[in-house]
Write a protein that binds this ligand. Sequence first.
Ligand SMILES: *Cc1c(COP(=O)(O)O)cnc(C)c1O
Length: 395
Amino acid sequence: MSNVHELTFLKEKIEELKSDGVYRVLPINYGPCDGVINLNGKEVINLSSNNYLGLANHERVKKAAIEAIEKYGAGSGAVRTIVGNMDLHEELERVLAEFKREEAVCVFQSGFMCNLGTIQAITEKGDLIISDELNHASIIDGVRLSRADKAIYKHGDMEDLENLLKEKRHLYRNVLIVTDGVFSMDGDIAKLPEIVELAEKYECLTYVDDAHGSGVLGENGRGTVDHFGLHGKVDFSIGTLSKAIGVVGGYVAGSKTMKEWLLHRGRPILFSTSLPPAAVGAIIESVKILMETSEYTDRLWDNARYFKEQVASLGFNTGHSQTPITPIIVGDEAKTMQFSKTLLENGVFVSGIVYPTVPKGTGRIRCMISAVHTKAELDEAVRIIEKVGKELNII
Ligand SMILES: *Cc1c(COP(=O)(O)O)cnc(C)c1O
């Protein structure tokens, strides 16, 4: 008789992953997240982190984390609505609101939690959520948790969005249009001015998830809303503290009313312990650094342009990215994974991204350029990408 505790039903699925060639083992990084990392015991150029500005391992940020631990301890001890709301958390929200040039900010434990908690709290039965087809998984899950009806528009297709609004707007009380600010697999920017215009025309609310835009676009990395000068016109502006800011956490920036409501109905705030002091102290320092200087964002863009130009001039298809995210589109899934694997053997780590994360036949490696890369590291990466690209007949 089979033993139920052997989890045979999962073992079978895992075997399927293996026979489909999509089973993976996690690579191990033996040090901090930098331009060059020790991955699985080997030095490699790291073209795969979201640590856009190098703040994850910045001296000032590390020091702030240590100081916060010394003053406040290792953990916050409770959810925010009980005694887990330290003055440090309040300071973080003040600093972020100033940085984002919005009335108020509400912080969550991660960007993922922020989407899960916010979307379900601000929508209900009788509402409609309209979402771009390429929105992030955490938005998709957040939408699933809502009791509102859902509709999807073709990626970046404003005609499709308007058709949905014409057809459905009058059937609902509130309609929420949700989009990523920067789409993470292609690096293109949402058509925010057009989305805001349609939202105003049809009296809808707008929700922008700027995980890859914050710290990257706008003045000193203030994000997509700032990039387009749309302050006050996007109701819910989501950011992550885990990518360019270099630590962990997520937030929504917007009105005081939004914040008041989320403090009562944002479930991750009510039912999950608040961010630890070390993270909060570190984030405050990161945001202060960004407000003081454009040095890091300037270097990020300088590196990104430098890298993109070289890769494109070698004849690779780099898609239509408008940000430091640089896809190199290969097409075939197996070839994409082989490209990534061979690059790693040659000293560059770039993850391969294939179906179902991107549509079939558009497999790619996704190069993430950061402010910490030196020109020498980028040159070396380009040299290896060219060599392997030729070996595999990609160029
Ligand atoms: C990474 C990402 C998130 C999740 O953010 P975390 O802080 O890592 O949980 C949410 N939305 C988008 C668009 C992202 O790219």
